[in-house]
Design a protein around this ligand. Structure first.
Ligand SMILES: [Mg+2]
Length: 151
């Protein structure tokens, strides 16, 4: 499977102060002044890798893919693909905030209920995660496992 993670309010703090993970390379992180990521991100990426799944980032922000790669790098993480708003605008033909099927993405992890509704409308799976969900790692794993076994 190809899994994509949203950034704002899912992996990056925005409106809600969820706990942050410690960067793997804190000095590098300070040098690059990249944003910190949500606690549990390493576990989830590792989990997806163990299953043999690809891990992508899908954000409606205009952060460059270079910035996103640097940010992940400070955590020792890597993305197989990155979609920002610019790439979305270029490639997506559907009138939807996000459209994972355009990129062959099988599941999107996102805090947005609007995106979840678009998923129902256009027929793509969204694992909607509240920023307040402290057990989000387990919620994501359980739901991805269900999606994987339903395939
Ligand atoms: Mg979001």
């Amino acid at each position: 499977m190809r899994i994509a993670f949203d950034l704002d309010n899912t992996l990056i703090r925005n409106d809600f102060d969820f706990p942050l993970a410690r960067a793997k390379y804190p000095l590098l992180q300070r040098m690059l002044s990249t944003q910190l990521l949500r606690s549990g991100v390493q576990e989830l990426f590792a989990y997806c890798r163990q299953q043999g799944w690809e891990v992508w980032i899908y954000t409606t922000s205009y952060r460059s893919s270079f910035y996103i790669r640097k940010m992940l790098w400070t955590y020792g993480l890597r993305a197989d693909g990155i979609i920002n708003q610019a790439r979305h605008n270029k490639q997506v033909q559907v009138r939807s905030t996000k459209h994972p099927p355009t990129f062959g993405i099988n599941a999107l992890i996102d805090d947005s209920k609007g995106v979840e509704l678009e998923g129902q409308r256009f027929g793509f799976p969204v694992v909607q995660i509240e920023p307040t969900n402290t057990a989000w790692v387990m919620t994501v794993q359980t739901q991805l496992q269900q999606l994987a076994s339903a395939r």
